[in-house]
Design a protein around this ligand. Structure first.
Ligand code: DC
Length: 244
């Protein structure tokens, strides 16, 4: 698959963001969340963090005492939790059965259990339905930036803008360690590589670069630079009337 060059000049000013869907996929720690929130905020779009949905499902499984490595057990219960995702980029929220789990889903316990849970096809099917419902609700109005692993390839392949973010594993680990206060950057890198391996190797909706996606290696860019590059891409697509 060919990658588009994102370092050229940004496109013209936005014409309309109505119906805009920006699909952003990539590896753990490539800067997806900060980038997507920044892009959505600058363009007045909504924002959906699908990774948070997989984390919330995982949090619920752990709380219920379900063995996350037993795919049958996870599949049997995955229709039970009521997951609600907020879409404000300046204050994303997520609740499970009415509990605010925004902080609880970021613990090491959830982080190390989320990849096995997200390999279970029934989990993916349930969350796919929720994700499509949320995106559909935004295509008739202001548009949305959606981040994950399979947004451009499976969830919304018709997205007018698809981006695939990557970064050098060492840089990703350093960023994550800085965010979480972890001192052992080597262990963080090992954990990221392990999640990459599971996310890319699973049978259902593996992490791949979607057809037509623009690839950006963020290793040497600042967050502001990456946001600026993506805003340019989205504005260009909006000006061309792609968001319909
Ligand atoms: O983006 P994140 O690190 O919060 O995602 C947590 C996990 O969820 C990630 O390891 C893989 C999974 N995931 C997925 O399988 N598909 C998505 N669309 C989003 C996340």
């Amino acid at each position: 698959m060919s990658a588009r060059d994102l370092t050229g000049p940004a496109g013209p000013s936005p014409v309309s963001m109505v119906g805009m869907v920006v699909a952003v996929d990539g590896t753990s720690g490539s800067g997806k969340s900060s980038t997507c929130r920044g892009v959505a905020d600058r363009l007045g779009l909504s924002y959906l963090d699908t990774g948070a949905m997989f984390r919330a499902m995982t949090w619920w499984m752990l709380r219920e005492g379900v063995d996350v490595h037993d795919a049958g057990a996870v599949a049997a219960r995955c229709d039970e939790p009521d997951l609600v995702s907020g879409t404000d980029p300046t204050g994303p929220t997520i609740t499970v059965d009415g509990h605010d789990v925004a902080a609880a889903i970021r613990t090491d316990e959830v982080t190390s259990a989320v990849s096995p849970v997200s390999t279970v096809p029934q989990v993916r099917a349930r969350l796919l339905q929720l994700q499509r419902t949320i995106i559909t609700a935004h295509t008739g109005s202001g548009g949305i930036v959606v981040e994950g692993r399979d947004i451009g390839s499976v969830v919304w392949p018709q997205a007018p803008v698809k981006v695939y973010l990557t970064a050098d594993p060492g840089a990703r680990a350093a960023r994550r360690a800085l965010e979480s206060g972890a001192v052992d950057v080597g262990a963080t890198e090992q954990s990221l590589r392990e999640r990459d391996r599971i996310d890319s190797g699973r049978a259902t909706a593996p992490l791949v670069m979607a057809d037509g996606a623009a690839q950006l290696d963020t290793t040497t860019y600042t967050l502001d630079e990456v946001i600026g590059l993506l805003v340019g891409l989205v504005e260009e697509a909006g000006a061309q009337g792609a968001a319909r």
